[in-house]
Design a protein around this ligand. Structure first.
Ligand SMILES: Cc1ncc(COP(=O)(O)O)c(C=O)c1O
Length: 405
């Protein structure tokens, strides 16, 4: 196995790579390029969660005692941190267990009537596809906009589908397959012209690039805590521009002001959308993770990840028998080697070259119908990856392609 320590001089010029990497001990063991699935968690975030468990771990929003008060304060601080990071207000931030739950909260919490129309796209992760297509059982009409084979959604194709009765337009900000960045502002403007609400899947954008929900003017944005934000798994959030238009769709304790046998009075937003005990250590860790990301600088992160993504695309495109898909410009790169199943490529990269990548349909089965393939290998970077690691991937793929392709 090759040593994974950073050769001197290969550190990031735009980010302090060597010091960042010290916060992720697992990077000494493997080349981790599966960051679009989930990222590694930095030491300060883990330490913050350990402090919760050792120093004050109590339930949230429920007790008068000192530990409950401290816990509640820590969760609310995390909410303020995330709100500020996105350009929102704390009451517009609903904590969820992941992006999927956030998207389901919208699909199930909006008031639809039979005959309403919804648009989603064939570029989506299943999480922003199935909650919408499932509305068909309630008599809602659902249109699916096709992306280009390069992974872009055109405003024109939405214009062809949108109508006066379109209630929701849901689409991804950054494709989890292609790494392409969509024109959110134009799509939001188009939807607004028809009085439709916009739901943006920000799972692959928030933390990887500057995202300000006020500037984007979207109505909802679903967020992952465990991808670009470097937070723990089991965390996510929903930004809701106007909480009054959303009804609670998960019910239970902690989200109500009063309950009688005949009537429930819900808490004010965002608490009415958060019944039950939340992932308290996770949310506290997420708040710390956002501080961590801010301390590096989102602009620097975006630039560095783009540089690494470009290096992978260029390196792979030069290899005979390798197809790189799409016109992505971020750190997410899908590819295949002619004649070899993507799972086999991923297994060889893992077992022979000690490199972790994803293979398969990336929870976007309808999209792969357009690409006329069942899946791909996907390499995806995070801020802590190095050029050295990226070059190891390219070398590994070159080796597989020349020996087996
Ligand atoms: C674009 C996109 N949307 C939604 C999801 C689902 O995220 P989660 O696992 O946090 O629910 C993912 C996960 O990879 C994603 O990439």
């Amino acid at each position: 196995m090759k040593p994974l320590v950073e050769p001197s001089g290969d550190g990031g010029k735009s980010v302090e790579l060597e010091s960042i990497r010290k916060d992720f001990p697992v990077l000494e063991e493997v080349v981790y390029l599966d960051n679009a699935a989930t990222t590694q968690t930095p030491k300060p975030v883990v330490e913050e969660m350990i402090s919760f468990f050792y120093e004050y771990g109590a339930n949230y929003g429920r007790g008068a005692h000192i530990l409950a008060r401290k816990t509640t304060e820590a969760v609310e601080t995390a909410r303020e941190t995330l709100a500020k990071f996105l350009g929102a207000s704390p009451e517009q931030i609903v904590f969820t267990k992941n992006t999927t739950e956030a998207l389901n909260l919208v699909a199930n919490g909006l008031e639809f009537k039979k005959g309403d129309h919804v648009i989603t796209t064939q570029l989506e992760h299943h999480s922003n596809f199935i909650p919408w297509t499932s509305l068909r059982r309630k008599g809602i009409e659902v249109s699916i906009v096709e992306p280009s084979t390069h992974g872009m959604l055109s405003v024109k194709s939405f214009e062809a589908s949108i109508r006066e009765n379109t209630k929701v337009v849901a689409f991804t900000h950054v494709s989890n397959v292609f790494g392409t960045i969509q024109d959110v502002e134009s799509l939001v403007n188009l939807a607004a012209d028809y009085g439709a609400l916009t739901v943006v899947d920000g799972a692959q954008s928030v933390g990887h690039m500057e995202v300000n929900v006020k500037k984007l003017k979207c109505d909802f944005m679903a967020i992952s805590g465990h991808k670009g934000l470097l937070g723990p798994q089991g965390t996510g959030a929903l930004y809701v521009s106007d909480p009054e238009i959303l009804e609670p769709s998960i019910f239970g304790g902690g989200a109500v002001k009063s309950v009688t046998v005949n009537k429930v009075v819900f808490e004010d937003p965002p608490y009415c959308f958060e019944p039950g005990t939340p992932n308290i250590p996770g949310v506290i860790g997420l708040g710390k993770a956002i501080e961590y990301v801010k301390s590096i600088g989102v602009k620097k992160i975006e630039k560095w990840e783009r540089e690494l993504g470009d290096r992978i695309r260029k390196g792979l495109q030069e290899i005979e028998g390798v197809t790189v898909y799409g016109s992505g410009t971020t750190g997410v790169v899908p590819f295949n080697i002619r004649g070899i199943h993507p799972h086999d490529v991923a297994i060889i990269l893992d077992e022979v070259f000690n490199i972790c990548v994803r293979s398969g349909h990336h929870c976007a089965m309808p999209l792969f119908k357009i690409l006329k393939t069942e899946g791909s290998v996907r390499a995806s970077v995070a801020v802590y990856n190095s050029k050295y690691e990226v070059d190891q991937l390219i070398e590994g793929v070159e080796n597989i392609a020349s020996n087996m392709g």
